[in-house]
Each structure stands twice: as structure tokens, then as C-alpha cells.
Write a protein that binds this ligand. Structure first.
Ligand code: C2E
Ligand code: MG
Ligand code: MG
Ligand code: MG
Length: 289
């Protein structure tokens, strides 16, 4: 840590930070054992179509039921898993679980295409076995490839594009959907993304405003969202909005012809059972409407 600070060699020892680093180190090294003990669990957050909000699938979001620390969100351990390389094994587990769950939905709701979306870290994408891992998870679950979406960050597909491009092209050719997650927070440009076999841009929730009704509007953000949607459409990409919390936001997104949405307004991440209940309910509601 002190080394990363470069010239700041005079940095004073901070006992609190030392403890924090120790916990991080312990967490990072505990990941393989936690995997074998079944301490990770996936929640599922609904994704809905627009203009009419019909459930079209779920994003799988990993949590860690830590025996001492309680339920940990991904922000606590995914970066550590990336640094240590444990993300590869954890990511494989997430893929297997998500594909198995999607297969259950495929069996239980035959007439309704339910997509499952899985987050992929940059390190995973660079792994030589990545394409085989994804196709293997689909095969083992008996899941058609068009039921799976992979979410990649801008930085994952930006840097070393040649090997990422080969992997993504292979997966897209197999029928897997590809989305760019948290779009707008990185430095990629749309022209570059338009050349990748990507299908969907997920606009980061920081661009949706105002979150509170009557709260401050950021006109620049509104223009960014409008311009992103129209440019994405002209490049043949779909747009999904993340973090939708208010009906006013949905209305604004409808006006802009945003293709789909996700957020607490439609449902927070929930257990697979609760997601299944929501699915049954939403479909029943759509049928009777
Ligand atoms: P993400 O992929 O952008 O996922 C969306 C995050 O926003 C989730 O947080 C979700 O709970 C939260 N969210 C959804 N709707 C709303 C809303 O309306 N308002 C607000 N304020 N937040 C909302 P979560 O579950 O804590 O995940 C955080 C990040 O961790 C994810 O961001 C993703 O980048 C990463 N992550 C989660 N699961 C995995 C995984 O299996 N593999 C990898 N590599 N990363 C993962
Ligand atoms: Mg995501
Ligand atoms: Mg996201
Ligand atoms: Mg986000």
C-alpha cells in the first residue's frame, strides 16, 4: 500500500488502516474455502421491458453469507476477488448457478422468454478458458444460449481489445447476448462499442435524475441520457436504464424510447424463490390485462 503511494514514504503507520487491510486480506484469502462451504448466494433483480414494464429476465447479483461478518455485498469482496484471481473460480460458480436457475425458469415458464444476466469481471474475460467456461455452463444446465446475457464493463472491453473481441465474437456467434454495464462511467466511445458484438448498453444509474420527485434535476445528465439512447439506437444497440426508482423516471425514459429498465421501482434484488413468485405474478397479471 505504501509503495503504491509512490514518494509518500513518510506515510505514518495507521493502526486502524492496518486492521482494515488485515480484514481485506483475510476476506480475499477466504474466498476459495467459502466457495467450497457454499457461503455465496445469488440474488436476482428483475429487468423489465419498456414502454410496458413486463419482466423479461433477472440480473444475478452475488452475496456472501459470511459466518462471522454477516451478509456481505459484492462491493466488499468482488474487487478483492479480482486482485487475487479468485474471481475466476467465483465467476464460474456464479455462471453455473445462474444458468441452472434460468433452466428452472425455462422449464417452469415455457412460453415466456426469461433471460438471466451475469456480471463478468475484466479478469474473467481475459482468462483463456472464458469462452469454454460460459459454453460449458450453458451445456451443463441445458440452457439455450439466447437465455443468457453477459454484462461487461467499459474498461473490460476497452484496453486490450483483440483478445476480448475474439472471446466476445465467439460468444455472440453462439447466441449469447452481451451488454455494457454502468455505461457512461468509463471512457469508451460509442463508435468503438458499435464495432463490438454488443447488443445492449446499460446506462449507469448516476445519469438518472432526479431521484426524488421535485429533487434537483441535472440538465446535463438528461441530455446525456437522451443523446446516448439516440446514438445507441442509430448504431443498432438496445438501451437499458439502471437504478430506476420513480415513476417520473420511467415516464422520461418512455419518451426517449429507452428499451428496458431495472431498479427498485420494479423490484430490488431478491432470492430465486421470490424472483420466481414475482415472475408468476407478473406473467399472470400480463395475461389477465
Ligand atoms: P451492477 O451490475 O451495476 O448492479 C446493479 C447494482 O445496483 C446492484 O448492487 C443493485 O442492487 C443496485 N441497484 C439496483 N437497482 C437500484 C436502484 O433502483 N437504486 C439503487 N440505488 N441501486 C440499485 P449490488 O448487488 O450491491 O452489486 C454491486 C455491483 O457488484 C454490481 O453492479 C456488479 O458490478 C458487481 N457484481 C455483483 N454480482 C457480481 C458477480 O457475480 N460478478 C461480478 N464480477 N460482479 C458482480
Ligand atoms: Mg450489472
Ligand atoms: Mg450496472
Ligand atoms: Mg451501476
Amino acid at each position: 500500500r505504501a509503495k503504491a503511494l509512490g514518494r509518500a514514504r513518510w506515510e505514518r503507520y495507521d493502526p486502524d488502516r492496518g486492521a482494515e487491510e488485515a480484514t481485506k486480506h483475510e476476506l480475499a484469502t477466504a474466498i476459495p474455502l467459502a466457495l467450497s462451504r457454499g457461503e455465496f448466494v445469488l440474488d436476482y433483480q428483475p429487468m423489465v421491458t419498456l414502454p410496458d414494464p413486463v419482466v423479461s429476465g433477472f440480473e444475478a447479483l452475488v452475496r456472501w453469507r459470511h459466518p462471522q461478518l454477516g451478509l456481505l455485498g459484492p462491493d466488499r469482496f468482488i474487487p478483492l476477488a479480482e486482485q487475487t484471481g479468485h474471481i475466476v473460480a467465483l465467476g464460474r460458480w456464479v455462471l453455473e448457478q445462474a444458468c441452472a436457475q434460468a433452466r428452472r425458469w425455462y422449464d417452469d415458464f415455457r412460453d415466456v422468454p426469461v433471460m438471466v444476466s451475469v456480471n463478468v469481471a475484466a479478469t474473467q474475460l481475459r482468462e483463456a478458458s472464458f469462452v469454454a467456461d460460459v459454453l460449458g455452463a450453458l451445456h451443463d444446465a441445458g440452457l439455450p444460449a439466447d437465455r443468457l446475457q453477459l454484462e461487461l464493463t467499459e474498461s473490460a472491453v476497452a484496453g486490450d481489445t483483440s483478445c476480448a473481441l475474439a472471446a466476445l465474437s465467439e460468444l455472440a456467434a453462439a447466441g449469447v447476448s452481451l451488454a455494457i454495464d454502468d455505461f457512461g462511467t468509463g471512457y469508451s466511445n460509442l463508435a468503438h462499442l458499435g464495432r463490438l458484438p454488443v447488443h445492449t448498453l446499460k446506462i449507469d444509474r448516476s445519469f438518472l435524475s432526479p431521484v426524488r420527485p421535485g429533487g434537483p434535476t441535472d440538465p446535463a445528465h438528461d441530455k446525456i441520457v437522451a443523446a446516448t439512447i439516440s446514438l445507441a439506437h442509430s448504431l443498432g444497440l438496445d438501451v437499458a436504464a439502471e437504478g430506476v426508482e420513480t415513476p417520473a423516471q420511467v415516464e422520461a425514459l418512455r419518451v426517449l424510447h429507452c428499451d428496458s429498465a431495472q431498479g427498485f421501482l420494479f423490484g430490488a434484488p431478491a432470492s430465486a424463490d421470490d424472483a420466481t413468485t414475482l415472475l408468476a405474478h407478473r406473467i399472470a397479471t400480463a395475461d389477465s390485462a
